[in-house]
Design a protein around this ligand. Sequence first.
Ligand code: FE2
Length: 184
Amino acid sequence: MSTFDVDGFVEECRTARLDHSPQLAVRDVVGRAVSNPGSLEAAFGPAAGWRIEKLYNDAEMTIMHFVWPPGVDLFPHEHKMWSTVGIYGGIEDNTLYRRDGEGVVVSGHRRGEVGDVLLLGVDGIHSVQNPTRQWTAAIHVYGSDFFDHPRLQWDKETGEPEPFDLANAKRELEATEARGGPDA
Ligand SMILES: [Fe+2]
């Protein structure tokens, strides 16, 4: 069993982003990585406990490792940068939205399973659900600086827009993990 090489993956992504269509080139790199989910598990360990880990970050690209707990239902948010999400554990359901005045309305649904790569465009708005009792594990590559890029999220109850704050996402993951899954 090979072990996923984080440094090698980062280098491949950095090369891919120089392509004339960087998101599609990165998709291919991510697709190759998640075609061998066992090697990612070997590198990151079994999914147990939520994780938001930065693997690489500069002004033009961010690479993250995410592990979502069972039952997670993250609020709608925009990225304002392209994203490429490769799933190597569990399921990630996406609800897609379009803007409607200050708010957002649902425009579609998409499910990502192990080995899938989900793309979201610069204008994409989505929320993320894990309706299963399994952890969701994924590698996300973003086409800009994920940590320094003002953007919006929308409150799940009121629908009101507010500035995106990663601390909210972390609290949501913590609370979901503490609840212990979709049936609790
Ligand atoms: Fe997102």
